[in-house]
Write a protein that binds this ligand. Structure first.
Ligand code: NIG
Length: 397
């Protein structure tokens, strides 16, 4: 057992029970868990000592919405969108064709590259989804690859009905043999409940089949227009309703009164030129929100949680503390990991040592210096993630 004491922490944001920030703090990590935290002057002895150079430490990001198993790129579609074309669910088919044609190695390498990119930027817990296979073999392959790179995996066979199959037959496939094939690799089921994808009754059928197979529920809801997805998510006690761009007052009240987290995806909103989700109204009503990247090649090709945090502060009316909380502990709630021995999204004694170091004296700089890659090192379960070449982790370069 080796214990390491980290000192030189100008500001330690634990995001545990209180949002308080400790100044001139220290952190002791032993066996991948936080063994002690407090004022530097009272830090206990340890086997190793690392000076972090008077910089800020906060929990690693918890990114609960991504689609990392895919092939190809849709830069041309993005460019056309920035020239005025609308985003449509139909673009998913382009990535489905590329993903089906790709080799397993190509898909694995692509997903692992994005996972590593996210880790370098402070993400210590990541969810990812299937949903670009949409036939049994490719969904099974995608789920298996996802399980190899992500902390938790969601089955999104109900992304859209692919070309060449009857709608009813596809629903039977998703809720029957496809679900059975992916089941060993996934913990969640999701459905794109939206015009152009699946209606509310179809979505209910998919979610109930997943629940019967022992999966937790998530819903893509109200991304492109108003609809019944949020109400369905709350009614079924889904862990999360994701997107939430077009919410009625009733939707906001339902989220505030239920257990479903509203997972907001600001990078996607900007990249599809949709109205930003009503983060302020949700918080004011008492709902729990999470922030996630929605990294995918169609609507949001970024792994940067810091970009989402900065956008939520600068454009969605959140304070820095509220945005960081949504990207850590709020997100942990959206994957059922806010409490218990496997909790993530906070720094607490006994908890998993997932934390990131900013090249800044305070987490306020995440929004104060938008677009600057401030995360210079990430630790997951106490182990340093490989950094970007040439970036100094401990102390100043
Ligand atoms: O969450 N909304 C559905 N799925 C993805 C987009 C997928 C795509 O356009 O390729 C999303 O935005």
């Amino acid at each position: 057992m080796t214990a390491t004491v980290y000192t030189g922490i100008a500001e330690l944001s634990t995001l545990d029970d209180e949002l308080g920030r400790l100044h001139d703090a220290a952190l002791v990590v032993e066996d991948g868990r936080v063994a002690w935290l407090g004022a530097r002057g009272s830090a206990p002895d340890a086997d190793a000592r690392v000076d972090l150079g008077d910089r800020a430490v906060l929990p690693g990001w918890v990114d609960t919405h991504s689609h990392l198993v895919f092939a190809g790129d849709r830069a041309a579609e993005f460019e056309a969108r920035m020239a005025g074309r609308a985003y449509e669910a139909g673009g998913i088919g382009v990535t489905v064709a590329a993903t089906r044609a790709a080799s397993e190695l190509e898909l694995e390498r692509g997903a692992a590259r994005l996972r590593a990119e996210a880790a370098r930027q402070g993400t210590t817990f990541l969810e990812t989804k299937t949903g670009y296979g949409l036939d049994l073999a490719t969904e099974e392959r995608s789920a298996r690859i996802a399980a190899g790179i992500a902390d938790t995996v969601t089955f999104l066979g109900a992304h859209v009905v692919p070309a060449g199959i009857d709608r009813r037959d596809y629903l039977d496939l998703v809720t029957g043999p496809m679900l059975a094939a992916v089941r060993p690799h996934v913990q969640w089921i999701d459905v794109f409940c939206e015009r152009g994808a699946f209606d509310v009754e179809e979505s209910r059928e998919v979610l109930l089949a997943g629940r019967a197979a022992g999966l937790g529920l998530r819903v893509h809801a109200a991304q492109l227009g108003p609809g019944g997805g949020v109400a369905l998510a709350v009614e079924l006690g889904a862990a999360s309703a994701d997107h939430c761009n077009f919410l009625s007052d009733t939707d906001i009240d339902a989220l505030a009164g239920g257990s479903t987290v509203a997972t907001l995806l600001p990078a996607c909103d900007l990249s599809t030129r949709m109205p930003l989700a009503p983060a302020r109204a949700l918080l004011d009503a008492g709902a729990t929100i999470a922030l996630a990247t929605n990294c995918n090649p169609g609507s949001s090709y970024t792994t940067s949680m810091a970009f989402c945090v900065a956008t939520a502060v600068l454009q969605q009316g959140l304070s820095v503390d509220e945005a960081v909380l949504a990207a850590t502990r709020g997100a942990a709630r959206a994957v059922g990991r806010e409490t218990g021995p496997d909790a993530v999204g906070s720094i607490r004694v006994g908890g998993r040592a997932d934390f990131q170091l900013l090249d800044a004296p305070s987490l306020v700089h995440l929004a104060y210096r938008p677009g600057v890659p401030l995360t210079v090192a990430t630790w997951r379960a106490g182990a340093r993630e490989p950094g970007a070449p040439g970036v100094a982790a401990e102390g100043r370069a």
